[in-house]
Write a protein that binds this ligand. Structure first.
Ligand SMILES: Cc1ncc(COP(=O)(O)O)c(C=O)c1O
Length: 236
């Protein structure tokens, strides 16, 4: 097992026993404090926990071709945050595997909205069953799985949070949150932190203030970004 070190910023890299270990942990080797801790031998090197899952062999496009297609046919808005983004191939619970078979411990275990573990067998089984039965109709019809889910989910929530509105994405969920906040408060203005990402729908886009998501176009009504400092001065 190796890690593709070149893909990750320094602080995210983990050392593995199979790699020739540097004398100090990269993320702990800077500054006088860490130097003294290192000298005392008190720091611990991060180690990858074992994993008994073996990924399939990657047999799709080579990295170079993926990069070409990305540059020619995919919107640059679908940002690659890293100079050489990982080419992920397979996931298993908390693990991700890239095209070279390198293993990564994913502390999200899936992105925020579905952080139940990659390809969780229970979710796979339920999704497979449903795909064989009915894919998609319209919200104008009843569909019992939605009702079962709404009942189970609402049972976990306190009063008065007993009404479920299902959306397809985080952007739509945030759109809805903005709409509800405005409808409830009768106010229009919403602030977000600089550097924040809240989605790519027209409304959430105006709340997002990071990288290519911030454009010099007239934004939506009432969205204002502030720094953490200003937020604390204004509201705390
Ligand atoms: C904090 C946050 N908000 C909103 C979103 C938007 O979610 P989606 O891509 O499902 O629209 C994301 C997606 O990464 C996110 O990380």
């Amino acid at each position: 097992m190796t890690l593709a070190w070149r893909h990750l910023p320094r602080t995210l890299r983990l050392e593995t026993p199979s790699r020739r270990a540097p004398t100090t942990c990269p993320s702990l080797s800077v500054g006088p404090f860490w130097t003294s801790v290192t000298k005392l031998g008190l720091h611990t090197k991060p180690r990858m926990p074992p994993c008994d899952f073996t990924p399939e062999k990657y047999q799709s496009l080579p990295y170079r071709r993926v990069l070409e297609i990305y540059q020619q046919h995919l919107s640059p808005m679908q940002t690659a945050y890293f100079p050489q983004p990982l080419l992920l191939h397979q996931g298993h619970m908390e693990w991700l595997f890239d095209h070279e078979g390198n293993r990564y411990l994913d502390f999200f275990s899936g992105i925020v909205t579905i952080s139940v573990g990659h390809c969780h067998p229970k979710v796979n089984a339920a999704a497979g069953k449903q795909l064989g039965r009915l894919w998609h109709t319209s919200a104008v019809f009843f569909h019992p799985q939605i009702h079962e889910y709404a009942e189970k989910l609402s049972a976990l929530l306190p009063e008065p949070l007993k009404v479920i509105f299902l959306t397809n994405s985080g952007s739509e969920a945030n759109d809805l949150a903005m709409l509800m906040a405005r409808a409830h408060s009768k106010n229009t203005h919403i602030i977000s932190f600089r550097g924040a990402y809240h989605g790519s729908s027209p409304h959430t886009h105006d709340l997002s203030n990071v990288g290519p998501f911030k454009m010099t176009l007239p934004g939506g009504v009432g969205c204002q970004s502030v720094s953490f400092e200003i937020f604390f001065v204004l509201f705390l």
